[in-house]
Design a protein around this ligand. Sequence first.
Ligand code: IMP
Length: 206
Amino acid sequence: MGHRIIFATGNEGKMREVRAILADLGLPVLSMKEAGADPVIVEDGKTFGENAQIKAQAVWNCTGDIVLADDSGLVVDYIGGEPGIYSARYMGEDTSYVIKNQNIIDRLKDAKGKERSARFVCNIAAVLPDGRVLHAEETMEGLIAEKPAGTGGFGYDPILYLPEFGMTSAEITMEEKNKISHRGKALEAIKRVLAAELEKDGRDSR
Ligand code: IMP
């Protein structure tokens, strides 16, 4: 199979996490930039999975190899799954998360207990050298907090209350979050799938 893995992101923080988790596959892990790919990507999918696949296939068209891409966001049940795939663009890309987070809390002012259920979702698409596409999707489940708390993490972390920790996603440590996060678990899942493919490939070429 391909001799390298390319992760379709421009985000260095994400690349560090990806490199750490995928290291034991024994293949070099490159960012899009390191692989020299800079395609125009129109994320017009209707699901996290479609958007992840659009990104991965756009880069795969430039490079081949094994290309991974992720798409994630916050899904709040009480407001019909919003902001969902529009999490980054919710209330405008340049609006601060202080405002976005307060707006979500305000929209849930009448929601009680389990009605406040919400989750981060991450879908990772992998395009293999032969063009086959595989997916892994994982969540981090919680409740929308009554008020924002914590300074760790980013984005919507201060408003996702994690009952098993008694804290929001912005109050737990990064190590704790990486172990239980939607993205951490989806990366572990896609790693298992890729490891199985690499093993099969090794057997077939023997
Ligand atoms: P991306 O697909 O990783 O770029 O994430 C899209 C958007 O989802 C981000 O801009 C955040 O608004 C939100 N999001 C995804 N993951 C997290 C997280 O772990 N914490 C807080 N917000 C997140």
